[in-house]
Design a protein around this ligand. Sequence first.
Ligand code: GLY
Length: 292
Amino acid sequence: MTPAQSACLADALVAGYGILAQGDPALAAVECTINLLEQSGLFNAGRGANRQLDGVQRMDAAIMEGAQLKAGAVASIEGIAHPITVARLVMEETDHVLLVGPFAGKFARHFTLDRHRITGTPRRLSYGRILAKQKRSRTKRHGTVGAVALDRSGTVAAGASTGGIESMLPGRVGDTPLIGSGVYADNHSGAVSMTGIGEGIIRLVIAKSICDRLAMGKSPAVAARQVLRILTSRIHGTAGAIVLSPDGRFAIRHVTPHMAAGWWNGTGHVTSHMAAGWWNGTGQPIIQGEFP
Ligand code: GLY
């Protein structure tokens, strides 16, 4: 984590906590925190979103609250600075959960949301060349941003926003906008937001799987560790989870090489952390990042 990312994370945590401290809903705290990360350009979301192999930024986001299990999401949205805000609008202003592509953009522009200038022109590559480029790529850098929060009324919320992963085919959508995969929130179990390679997270419906374990009485740390172990041992997946239970216990666990994360309960200093570790893909996975 660079010093700029660390400072941005701390600012986002302070702003999110400020919303909770004035008695506003967890949903608002999650949206505000993610907004700041999106607009920083320092993470793979909003202004900093990855480009797909045709050179276009297509972003995904989702948000969910745990009292009434309301959720909203957008996938493959272009030219919008704050996909998480569009996801919240889908939740609050429509009867739907997920809007995609140009229609999600049209919906956002109806609410005159901030657009961000699309720099660079789409690459005019044949589909064959795009596929070849993807096959050659060895990297799968990610860096989805996410937040979970618990408000005074006891309601939890979770959100995530992303530009996907590196070397994506145009139109690829990851876990982030899929409720139950990238995010989940339920006052009867907890709130989870995921980062990592979406393909594995989708196949194991990880956010909901962690929540199900919370509902069975597991702690956030144990629930996350158990599900991440299944991800690594069954399908060699890569992910990180932030997990919050309705009684305020939380855990940050990852089986990615790195994960930048932070937390703040309104007292002392904001804590931000860059954990690092490894897994060589054989034997038992090492659950590298376990904090706090
Ligand atoms: N977790 C982000 C993605 O795979 O798109």
